[in-house]
Design a protein around this ligand. Structure first.
Ligand code: FRU
Length: 599
């Protein structure tokens, strides 16, 4: 609790100050600030400006800010107002209110805090990038915190991406649905917040559908969003948009689905053709519940899935249920995607999945219950769900590229977290089991702007390819095609002049592909960050691999789509050299190609 915070002014000063107008700090005649004692203050706007810019100190505890118009509370925010130093500012948009009626009741902040001198009204907020680790081709919010991708839906040539968003700081809290739109899944245009907290709670994860036939009565082709209202308890609510996602109106009779289960969230809704019903799947504790509906408002519980199935090292979250083709056949199977935190293969968050059948009521896992299948073998792939209504029957998945073990601590400030590249999903069969194949969506290929290097050579012990680029480059793809001639380890390293490196290797004795980021750059912000992640592989004579590197991430994809591995990295300067090594024998690099991605 902030009330324990030090640096309190003597009581007398505090009492006196509460009788005077304290707006007279430096440049902020525009605000009147009255301290009421016990960490409470009232701030009033004296002129009409678009934003109140609030100074944030990330190490400060959370204060409470009640925004008041005409004496009514219209917004409640948890906010780390600066006590001793300002890390950055966040804007509170005042444009919908009249300045003369506006006030802010702020609690849990001492009178001596720096924020009283630093907060200010302004007509502008500068969100131009200040971050070295801002990804070049992965989506990240302009400012503030992001976690799960939400409500992804395609309509009229536009891919909508909503996401768990805190506009009032770069750490988790105040969950809203942020929003961005893209025509190509790569270039995103930021949109205003789509759904904001209300009397039922903050806005947790969920999904969107297009109601083509107006089954809910909001209008044909409405985009309907389903999300979790996270108050003291969790329930499911809906909102709809009649202007292609630009604005949403909440359904007046929310919530539409309640339960006494504590963790009850993340509804994914889709149309089930065979039974002509809407299906909603959500996470309830460590299982998934499946509901059906004709009108998207009244839901009937059909079944539950999960007891004794797969990994249960943590709570189940963010489900999805999709029907996918099995490569090389005319068959399809249903895949239940289940995000799990903690309990991932390398600690913390991860995405598991089950392959089986779904008849509109019940999902049946066709593998033995103890079999666990992972969608990605890195540490930073979570809350993965797919786009609704994607064109050409595509199933495009997107993951939040972080891990709850350290998501709040990664070394960025203006924003925190980005998403993976979009991936197209399908299935393949291996030794009588069916697995998910995740390959970068074709839109990612279009990022290749220049072939910087192309070579073929033999690796007996080591082979130094030297500099990959003529000028420093921090967004690129490496495509490898290797033929083995008896090596037990096929490895290669990316490194910079600071001695930071990423080590990638196939171990053909252990039948794994691994990425070691223990010496990758900044790793000391969390004990769980330095890690070696490994994926199982099938040993053969050739190996194909695609590595997508951005300023703060490395995604490895098996060339045949058999594994994916997503890891964050924070090199203090870009890696520039690439060298290969072998152990126990030799191999041929049939080709290595390095493409620059983007401009
Ligand atoms: C997953 C999750 C969801 C929840 C959201 C809250 O990362 O915990 O279950 O809806 O984040 O931000």
């Amino acid at each position: 609790m902030r009330t324990q915070h030090g640096n309190w002014k003597p009581i007398l000063v505090s009492l006196l100050s509460s009788f005077f107008i304290l707006s007279c700090y430096a440049d902020s005649m525009d605000l009147t600030i009255k301290h009421l004692g016990d960490g409470q203050s009232i701030v009033r706007a004296n002129e009409s400006k678009r934003y109140l810019l609030l100074p944030i100190e990330e190490k400060a505890g959370e204060a409470k800010l009640y925004m008041i118009s005409n004496n009514d509370v219209i917004k409640t925010i948890n906010i780390r107002l600066a006590i001793n130093k300002v890390d950055y500012f966040v804007p509170l948009d005042l444009s919908a209110y009249e300045a003369k009626n506006l006030g802010f009741n702020i609690q849990l902040v001492p009178d001596s805090a720096l924020c009283w001198r630093e907060m200010k009204l302004s007509d502008t907020f500068d969100s131009s990038n200040r971050e070295k680790y801002r990804p070049k081709y992965h989506f990240s919010p302009a400012y503030g915190w992001m976690n799960d991708p939400n409500g992804m839906v395609y309509k009229d040539g536009e891919y909508h991406l909503f996401y768990q968003y805190n506009p009032y700081g770069s750490m988790w809290g105040n969950m809203h649905w942020g929003h961005a739109i893209s025509k190509d899944l790569i270039t995103w245009t930021h949109q205003p917040v789509a759904i904001a907290p209300d009397g039922l709670g903050t806005i947790f994860s969920g999904s969107c559908v297009i109601d083509k036939n107006n089954t809910a009565g909001f209008g044909a082709n409405a985009i309907i969003a389903f999300y979790t209202s996270a108050g003291e308890r969790q329930s499911q609510s809906m909102a709809y948009s009649l202007d292609n996602g630009r604005t949403f109106k909440k359904y007046e009779r929310n919530p539409i689905l309640t339960s006494t289960v504590r963790d009850f969230r993340d509804p994914k809704v889709f149309w089930h053709e065979e039974t002509s019903k809407w299906i909603l799947i959500l996470a309830a504790g460590q299982e998934m519940q499946i509901y059906s509906s004709a009108n998207l408002k009244d839901w009937t519980l059909e079944s539950t899935f999960g007891d004794g199935q797969g990994a249960h090292g943590g709570v189940w979250e963010c489900p999805d249920l999709v029907q996918l083709p099995i490569k090389g056949t005319d068959l399809k199977k249903w895949v239940l995607i289940c995000n799990l935190n903690p309990g991932g293969p390398f600690g913390g968050s991860a995405t598991q999945y089950f392959v089986g059948t779904f008849d509109g009521k019940t999902f049946k896992n066709e593998s033995a219950p103890e079999v666990t299948k992972w969608m990605d073998y890195g540490k930073d792939h979570y809350a993965t769900v797919t786009w609704s209504n994607a064109p050409e029957n595509r199933h495009i998945a997107l993951a939040w590229m972080s891990n709850w073990e350290y998501a709040n601590d990664v070394p960025t400030m203006q924003f925190r977290s980005s998403n993976s590249v979009p991936r197209d999903l399908s299935l393949y069969t291996q030794d009588d089991e069916i697995y998910l194949s995740c390959t970068p969506s074709k839109e990612v290929d279009a990022l290749r702007s220049k072939l910087e290097k192309q070579k073929s050579f033999k690796v007996e012990r080591t082979y130094n390819l030297g500099d990959m680029f003529k000028t420093p480059c921090d967004a690129y793809e490496i495509e490898l095609n290797i033929k083995n001639h008896g090596a037990e380890v096929i490895g290669f390293q990316l490194f910079n002049e600071k001695g930071e490196e990423i080590d990638c290797y196939y171990n053909l004795i252990e039948k794994t592909f691994s990425v070691d980021r223990t010496k990758s750059g900044i790793t000391n912000f969390s004990k769980s960050f330095p890690a070696v992640t490994s994926a199982p592989i099938v040993v053969g004579s050739t190996y194909k691999l695609r590595l997508l590197v951005d300023r703060a991430s490395i995604e490895a994809f098996d060339g045949d789509g058999k594994f994916a591995m997503t890891n964050l990295i924070f090199p203090t300067e870009p890696y520039k050299r690439l060298s290969f090594y072998s152990k126990g024998g030799k191999y041929d690099v049939i080709s290595v190609k390095v493409y620059k991605l983007g401009e």
